[in-house]
Write a protein that binds this ligand. Structure first.
Ligand code: ADP
Ligand code: MG
Length: 344
């Protein structure tokens, strides 16, 4: 069972019209119509050892925990307003807390996003929660539960300009901001699967540790993007969500997929794996009508972000990635999934 099968089977229910929830489970943000205001709201959790390496700089963790949430607001075209922070920590380490909060607030202040509440708790050690296991495997001290950070962020979006993953039309262009694959390349280096010179590795690690949410672009694309999603799990999987929600297919032109110079220097299969299936880039992937090309480029320029046109929406369902000659490329991988191959 995949992460998305699991959500669909156990946590997706029809939403009756007339309440607050205009869009519920299945998009980057839930959209709530409250009076004349539409609120976009999203929750994302980061767990040590799963979403970041143990020992990662505390300020980077604070930045990233908020950035991944603001990235979902960017997909919805929302202006960030406030957020809530739930922390589960094995111990109260003041040096860590000072670094974490500094990284968190530096990003929050950039977008005038106010920390409005949260919850703080200590995660148990194995010795407390499962003494028998701790005794056998961890020795008398037990192992500390992982550091867990969950943030819920709220933003505002003009009701007439709301968008989600479901608005892509046949014939629309497919666009992506910035470049893809840098974060995945840093991960590949950390796992010994690729090598980079020190300066290039630093740039890729920056992509992995301090992703920049594309808030300005998300707002600039109001009324232009027909559908949008942020690339958190890899281009193929995330575009796949747009396609299935919109009931369409797409053709992606592999040579047009933007990659950093460091990634372009890697073998073709590494480039494809990182740029198409690698997560953690937090770029915006969006669709827009062909008539909006100039307006999209102007919006991106105003937002200070590059955008690339990487394909088009097609009536035939499914996703085809093509080479320079327009021939489909067979790819041996899919997007990152937390439960694929794990939970059955
Ligand atoms: P994102 O990557 O943008 O955070 P995902 O694609 O991971 O979003 O999640 C898909 C959708 O499933 C989102 O709308 C999310 O809010 C929803 N979702 C994920 N887990 C749960 C859950 N346990 N209960 C309800 N909704 C969930
Ligand atoms: Mg998202």
């Amino acid at each position: 069972m995949t992460e998305f099968d699991l959500i669909a089977r156990y946590f997706t229910r029809p939403v009756a019209p007339g309440g607050w929830v205009r869009t519920g489970v299945g998009d980057d943000c839930a959209l709530l119509d409250i009076g004349a205001t539409t609120i976009a709201i999203t929750t994302d959790m980061l767990i040590e050892g799963r979403h970041f390496f143990p020992g990662t700089d505390a300020a980077a963790i604070g930045h990233k925990a908020l950035a991944v949430n603001l990235s979902d607001l960017a997909a919805a075209g929302a202006t960030p307003r406030c957020f809530f922070l739930a922390l589960g920590m094995p111990r109260a380490d003041e040096q860590w807390l000072a670094g974490f909060s500094a990284g968190l607030f530096a990003l929050a202040d950039r977008y005038d996003c106010v920390l409005a509440g949260g919850d703080t708790t200590r995660t148990p050690t194995l010795l407390e929660s499962a003494p028998a296991i701790a005794d056998t495997h961890q020795g008398a001290a037990g192992a500390a539960g992982p550091l867990t950070i969950s943030i819920t962020a709220l933003g505002e979006v003009p009701r007439a300009q709301v968008r989600g993953r479901d608005g892509a039309h046949v014939g629309d262009d497919v666009w992506v901001s910035g470049s893809l694959g840098g974060a995945a390349l840093a991960l590949a280096v950390a796992q010994g699967e690729a090598a980079l010179a020190a300066a290039e590795l630093r740039a890729c690690r920056e992509r992995l540790d301090r992703p920049l949410p594309r808030i300005e672009l998300g707002i600039a694309l109001r009324g232009l993007a027909t559908a949008a999603i942020d690339v958190s799990d890899g281009l193929l999987g995330d575009l796949g969500h747009v396609l299935s929600r919109s009931g369409v297919g797409a053709i992606v032109d592999w040579p047009a997929v933007p990659r950093s110079a460091a990634l372009r220097a890697q073998a073709e299969d590494v480039q494809q794996r990182c740029a198409l299936a690698g997560g953690d880039d937090y770029e915006l992937l969006f669709t827009a009508s062909t008539g909006s090309r100039d307006a999209v480029l102007a919006a991106a320029q105003a937002a200070g972000v590059e955008v690339s046109r990487i394909g088009r929406i097609d009536a035939a369902t499914g996703l085809r990635v093509c080479d320079a000659a327009g021939r489909p490329i067979a790819l041996p991988f899919a997007a990152y999934d937390h439960f694929a191959g794990g939970v059955r």
